[in-house]
Design a protein around this ligand. Structure first.
Ligand SMILES: N[C@@H](CCC(=O)N[C@@H](CS)C(=O)NCC(=O)O)C(=O)O
Length: 238
């Protein structure tokens, strides 16, 4: 019995957290049966989601989760990759998860116009956790303060809005150049990096916040087409 603890799906994304989406994408690609459960990050062992429970074992962190399932799979997605391919995939994973993530998070949580649209999704999460409705607005405000503090601590939040948008655009353009006209991120075969790439691109493209970051992503046709292809591959209803 496998349970994935996550935040919850909203709009066209599998989860409001791209890290939770990444794990779901991997499970779908590998046709692994799981039950999804909305959970409180603060109650998870590392105070972050996703985590999974597999029988009596709890595994935290999306990359550790994928590594575990790769290690026990008869058909690991990354089987047969060369050391060079693995190192490129690792570098792109860091670019998506350690850099683009903070740009996209800033766009959602800091920009007032985006926040008006994002806030109800956050309030919905607090509702799904079973917290009393009169507290949702307060918790959303606290969460916003906390996330902006962590984006500032990471460093991205110290730049001006124009600089942050430019950093995000540069990353998206680099990703677009590397993806080129390949079917999947590393070529013709879907790999674990595709779970990351799709989750983090979809978190920008498949959300209703009409930000400059989304406009840049949409202006790069191969990124849009890649997301559509991945969506079909994992059968996310559109
Ligand atoms: N390295 C972790 C990152 C997970 C992560 O940052 N999750 C965020 C949501 S996107 C979280 O749960 N944050 C809760 C908090 O910081 O309080 C992974 O790959 O799973």
């Amino acid at each position: 019995m496998l349970t994935l603890y996550k935040y919850g799906s909203v709009w066209d994304v599998l989860d409001i957290s791209p890290f939770c989406s990444k794990v779901e994408v991997y499970f779908r690609l590998q046709k692994i049966d799981y039950t999804a459960q909305i959970a409180n990050a603060q109650k998870s062992p590392k105070q972050k989601l996703p985590t999974v429970r597999l029988e009596d074992r709890v595994i935290c962190d999306s990359s550790v989760i994928l590594a575990h399932f790769e290690s026990i799979s008869d058909h690991p997605l990354d089987a047969g990759m060369s050391p060079l391919e693995l190192s490129i995939a690792q570098a792109y994973r860091a670019l998506f998860e350690e850099k683009l993530y903070f740009v996209a998070a800033w766009v959602r949580w800091a920009d007032d116009k985006a926040w008006v649209i994002y806030r109800p999704a956050i309030m919905q999460y607090f509702g799904q956790l079973g917290l009393p409705s009169f507290l949702h607005s307060f918790f959303a405000k606290m969460a916003r303060k906390q996330v902006l503090k962590s984006i500032h601590a990471q460093g991205i939040g110290r730049h001006s809005p124009a600089e942050i948008v430019a950093i995000g655009a540069d990353i998206l353009k680099a990703v677009s150049v590397f993806l080129a006209d390949k079917t999947y991120f590393m070529g013709e075969q879907v790999r674990t990096i595709d779970a990351t790439a799709y989750a983090f691109l979809s978190a920008i493209i498949d959300v209703p916040m009409e930000t400059a970051l989304k406009q840049t992503a949409l202006s790069l046709p191969n990124l849009r087409e890649y997301c559509e292809r991945m969506k079909r591959k994992i059968e996310v209803p559109t």
